[in-house]
Structures are given as structure tokens and as C-alpha cells.
Design a protein around this ligand. Structure first.
Ligand code: ATP
Ligand code: MG
Length: 213
């Protein structure tokens, strides 16, 4: 599905390489500042890589625009969701391609009636925005879904629901989750550790959790 081949970016990423296979859930973890969000932005095309290659399916997407990558089936939920003035939650979800926005709000634990007509602005709390962003990625149902720290700012109760959502969709979706959370790491088919701009370890969730104990 995805091949990252010796990808470097501005001295932050230094020859990162790994594959993600169809219907696999890969969790990328590692210290703050190691380059995880930067890597996700490189895959989505927000950052233009300095060298290396990114293959999506058999296609080299290294030089494709964000829009083109989105069309091909790459989607990305930001660590810090973007606010868009004048755009409602309903607009966002509809533009993600669903005609059942309610369904996706329920999936992330929000009551549709209370949120559909709200604007994507500062009046939404950080956790609410984050959940709406996750809902929009779920609604997009892209070939590859990338989530950057979906747990960030989400309360414990909703976090449990979120873990269940990932558990449910992982069977038939290809997913990359950047996370520091043990419960998310446990869902992984494979764990990649990014340290200082390089993949320092690739292992199963059990192996990883055993080591950090
Ligand atoms: N546009 C930029 N200009 C300069 N430095 C940047 C830029 N973007 C990221 N960095 C730096 O690159 C490094 C990697 O940042 P990145 O956000 O990818 O880390 P991360 O692994 O996602 O960390 P965290 O776990 O805190 O989210 C950091 O030292 C950061 O300060
Ligand atoms: Mg980050």
C-alpha cells in the first residue's frame, strides 16, 4: 500500500524507510521532536521531501500535490486540528463525502444534534475539535488513514470509545496512527519507533510493550 524509501526532510528526517501493507495498522511512536508529525506531513504532501521516495500502491507520489494525494486515497488528521471560519461541522463531514454526518459524530462520542450546525471555531473545545477532525477522516474512508496523536486532548471516557472505533475499523482499513498511548499501541499489527529522524526499531506491539516495561 505505502512504501517510504530513504525519505529525508530538512535535516529532521534522515533516511526513513518502511512499508505499510494493505489492511495493516501501524503505530509510529517515539520521543517528542523525533519527526513523527513531520513524517506524516511528508506522506500527505504538506511537506515536500528533500530526498527519497514515497510510493502509494505502485505510484510514486513524492512530487504529487496534497490534493492529488487526497484524490488517490491518502487522508490525514492533524495533531492540532484546523479551524475554518464559516464552515459548520455538517459542511466538513459532507465535504468528506458522507451523507450521514450523524453517524460519524456518534462514532467519536458527540451528540449530532448539538454539533452539526456549530462552526469550526474557537467556540469548540480542543477535544471537541479533535473528535470532529477524526470523524471527518473516518467519513472520508480513504485507502490510507493517518492519525496524528488522536488521543491528544480527548478525555478518558471518550478515549475508550475511540480505541473501540479503531478496533472496529482496523480489520478492513489501512491505518497509520502516531501515538504515545499504550492502548493504541496494543492495537498495532506493527510498531515503528522513530528516533532522531530515523526508524530505530520495528517490532510487534507485544515486543515493544515488553521492552518499555
Ligand atoms: N517548519 C519547521 N521549521 C523548523 N523546525 C521544525 C519545523 N517543523 C518541525 N520542526 C522541528 O522538527 C522536529 C520534529 O518535529 P515533529 O513535530 O515532527 O516531532 P514529533 O515527533 O511529532 O513530536 P511530538 O511527539 O512532540 O508531536 C522538532 O525538533 C521540531 O521543532
Ligand atoms: Mg507530533
Amino acid at each position: 500500500m505505502l512504501k517510504i524509501d530513504k525519505v529525508s526532510y530538512k535535516g529532521i528526517l534522515k533516511g526513513v524507510g518502511f512499508d505499510v501493507f494493505d489492511n495493516e495498522l501501524v503505530v509510529i511512536t517515539g520521543p517528542n521532536g523525533s519527526g513523527k508529525s513531520t513524517l506524516a506531513k511528508c506522506i500527505m504532501g504538506i511537506n515536500k521531501i528533500s530526498s527519497g521516495k514515497i510510493l502509494f500502491g505502485k505510484k510514486d507520489i513524492s512530487k504529487e500535490s496534497i490534493t492529488e494525494r487526497a484524490k488517490l486515497g491518502v487522508s490525514f488528521a492533524f495533531q492540532q486540528p484546523v479551524k475554518i471560519k464559516g464552515v459548520t461541522v455538517r459542511d466538513l463531514l459532507i465535504s468528506a463525502g458522507t451523507n450521514k454526518p450523524e453517524k460519524y459524530l456518534k462514532m467519536v462520542g458527540l451528540v449530532p444534534e448539538e454539533y452539526l450546525e456549530r462552526e469550526l471555531s474557537n467556540t469548540l473545545s480542543g477535544g471537541e475539535l479533535k473528535r470532529i477532525e477524526i470523524a471527518s477522516i473516518l467519513a472520508r474512508d480513504a485507502k490510507l488513514m493517518i492519525f496524528d496523536e488522536p488521543e491528544a486532548g480527548i478525555d478518558l471516557w471518550s478515549f475508550n470509545d475511540l480505541v473501540d472505533v479503531f478496533k472496529k475499523i482496523k480489520k478492513d482499513h489501512t491505518i497509520i496512527i502516531i501515538s504515545h498511548q499504550e492502548r493504541i499501541i496494543k492495537l498495532a499489527d506493527r510498531v515503528l519507533v522513530l528516533e532522531n529522524g530515523q526508524v530505530s526499531r520495528e517490532c510487534t506491539a507485544d515486543e515493544f510493550l515488553e521492552e518499555v516495561k
